[in-house]
Design a protein around this ligand. Sequence first.
Ligand code: B16
Ligand code: MG
Length: 209
Amino acid sequence: MIKAVIFDLDGVIISTDDCHYEAWKKLADEEGIYFDRKINDRLRGVSRMASLEIVLEKSEKVYTEKEKAELTERKNNYYREFIKKLTPNDILPGVMDNLEELKQNGIKIAIGSSSKNTPIILKQIGLDGYFDAVSDGNNITHSKPNPEVFLKASEMLKIPPENCLVVEDADAGIEAGKKGGMKTLSVHGAKGADFETEDLKKFKILSII
Ligand code: B16
Ligand code: MG
């Protein structure tokens, strides 16, 4: 029985995955590294430093740890510029209806995101303080596909993993939810989930609970 729904942020609540793409692309172009949307797909749900390692697979230059820290900081500064423009209008279609319906039916809702920028984004889109729990890149040591971020959310909610449903747009996120012993719902084509929907626009999460 599902008592809580844990939502990924980037790509589920809001389409910041495109802002990540633009920021990585800008950095890669400056460094003369090949980067495209296919490579970007592999960065979904993956931490900032682990994402950089994937970007650097196409680099001939070997970077020191200090240089890698500078690259991730530069990428994050570009990303922050993009997310400054976010407003509540950027929340993806169907998200608010689902959140409200779950709340009204006594289902707990949480965020489970690898992003350290989660608090800023939630503020920008007017959902600061809206969720029963927020587990993000600031309180984990292992990013998805490790289940840590979702297990922390389940702990914060005081609801066991088997009673939680994870909503994800990344293969790594679906894998993380499953490893954590949770049920999973995929949006936008993430593979391997218990349930799937193209988007949340015409979909009622309550119907699978
Ligand atoms: P940051 P999610 C993830 O968020 C993104 O999908 C991933 O592309 C990004 O690298 C990661 O957050 C870290 O983000 O650089 O803001 O800390 O999908 O788990 O909500
Ligand atoms: Mg995501």
